[in-house]
Write a protein that binds this ligand. Sequence first.
Ligand code: ADP
Ligand code: 2DT
Length: 212
Amino acid sequence: MACKRGALIVLEGVDRAGKTTQCTKLVESFREAGRAAHLMRFPDRTTTIGKLISSYLENKSDLEDHTVHLLFSANRWELVPLMKKKLEEGTTLIIDRYAFSGVAFTSAKPDFSIEWCKGPDVGLPKPDLVLYLQLSPDAAAQRGEFGTERYETSSFQQRVEGRFEQLMDENSVNWQVIDASQSIDEVHDNIKRLSLSALTAAEHRPIAELWR
Ligand code: ADP
Ligand code: 2DT
């Protein structure tokens, strides 16, 4: 690889853990430091597939559970050419949710195994760093009520959290757990330090494939 590539950094975590807040701050701080950075989020509700997913999440339409899982994955695959282009140009991607949310949410439904859920996402660009923002349900509740979208109930979120914990047991992915109960600035300082070190480590390494 002639020029340094950007890093692929993913933020995951429970609802209201601060993913969106921290993704935005991380992109700003990369840019202030003179490094190209681009914010993405999954699902990306702007594409044709993303609109089907959005309607499902808003309870405006119903989709069979396997089908919607495959749509979430397809929504990532359709963005892979853009992701690779940006990474190869040297732009760091900061992503709000990725395949780990895909597996954690679907496998929290009855009769779905983690193995089956991973299948469609095998081979996606592998993140150089996955930051898991960890927050207790009590602390999350203090940050506001649940919204009205599908999956936004405390019993389902607890099952999702358990699935994330199972995923984090695997050491093929560079997981870092962050205490998301700290102040916004403290969390930011932690994730910025980990992200800069992931960027340095990734610069001369080819983009790897997830779960392969
Ligand atoms: P997520 O994307 O994980 O659902 P958000 O970034 O949207 O979370 O944050 C949810 C709410 O919590 C927002 O009102 C946000 O301002 C607030 N918030 C985010 N991080 C913190 C923090 N560290 N301490 C207190 N409140 C926070
Ligand atoms: P937000 O747009 O508020 O993050 O909510 N989800 C997400 C899945 O079920 N599968 C996936 O692959 C992804 C990326 C998590 C999006 C909701 O969609 C869930 C919450």
